[in-house]
Design a protein around this ligand. Structure first.
Ligand code: ATR
Length: 272
């Protein structure tokens, strides 16, 4: 049998990445012949690693924390959604030896929320907690769903305001600090802060959650994330970690590379 086509995810740290298992399951399910590794790449080795991987015939890379923004600067071309997000998670070498950067995180989130979880986004009031790179990437695809309002709240309110201004022409976008949200609740609340990684939840007002509010954490863990714990404590009945988004963004990358769309349910049923 011919050598398998090579793919990898690059990040730092990378040991806990689920991407290798997800892509191997996609390959198994679609009958594609490929190998997918995880590579720990410190920031100062990013450019060299990408170039070496591709020059040895590597067919595609996923990019994760902390490289998503810096890797974008190393690309020859970018898709429109990668440009809008200001970050990439997928690299494809083109036939003429160039590097194309794409970002499948946003479509992954929408596929999970709308198609898997059947969350109504049209005319919904949506709150994003956090105003970093992850938030920037999900604003355009969420606004495409035509929500009634998208509110961005952040510890550093100025960063939320900057994002609301940058994307103002997409629709009804507003920005607040956490304590300015005391009297509001939302249909959908998305946690895009990295706060949970440190094990604590920022001072989100308890009143944000109404009986039918859906809470979604972009983070995921083998245990309940601090944000999901907080949401449940405050009466949320529909809380989800970002496992589905992780699988859906991977499926989109796989489809770009292989021209075949894997069945994400096959993977969902085999991950914890
Ligand atoms: P990412 O690419 O994951 O979005 P980032 O760009 O570093 O990472 O953004 C991290 C986000 O988590 C920011 O919104 C940050 O708030 P600040 O802009 O005020 O720094 C938020 N965040 C991180 N730790 C936090 C904490 N302990 N409490 C509240 N917000 C936190």
């Amino acid at each position: 049998m011919a050598e398998p086509d090579r793919y990898a995810v690059i990040g730092h740290p990378i040991a806990h990445s689920k991407s290798p298992i997800i892509h191997q399951l996609f390959a198994e399910q679609t009958g594609e012949h490929l190998r997918y590794d995880a590579m720990d790449v410190p920031p100062d080795k990013l450019g060299d690693t990408i170039n070496e991987f591709v020059s040895k015939g590597g067919r595609g890379l996923n990019v994760t924390v902390p490289h998503k923004q810096n890797a974008l600067k190393l690309m020859d071309t970018l898709t429109e959604r990668a440009q809008l997000a200001g970050a990439i998670n997928t690299i494809s070498p083109t036939d003429d030896g160039k590097l194309e950067g794409d970002n499948t995180d946003g479509v992954g989130l929408i596929a999970d929320l709308r198609d898997n979880l059947h969350v109504e986004l049209i005319d919904a009031s949506i709150l994003i907690l956090g105003a970093g790179g992850a938030t920037r990437g999900i604003i355009p695809p969420l606004m495409e769903q035509k929500p009634a309002e998208l509110m961005i709240a952040n510890r550093t309110a100025e960063k939320a305001r900057n994002l609301a201004t940058a994307f103002a022409d997409l629709g009804n976008l507003n920005a607040r600090s956490f304590d300015q949200l005391e009297d509001r609740n939302f249909h959908v609340i998305i946690n895009a802060t990295s706060a949970g990684l440190e094990g604590e939840v920022p001072p989100f007002p308890n009143s944000l959650i109404a009986p039918d509010t859906v809470c979604y954490d972009l983070s995921y863990s083998m245990h309940e994330t601090p944000f999901i714990e907080w949401a449940k404590r405050n009466g949320c009945k529909q809380c989800f970690q970002g496992w589905g988004m992780l699988i859906e963004q991977a499926a989109e990358s796989f489809a770009i590379w292989r021209g075949v769309r894997p069945d994400t349910l096959y993977v969902r049923n085999r991950l914890p």
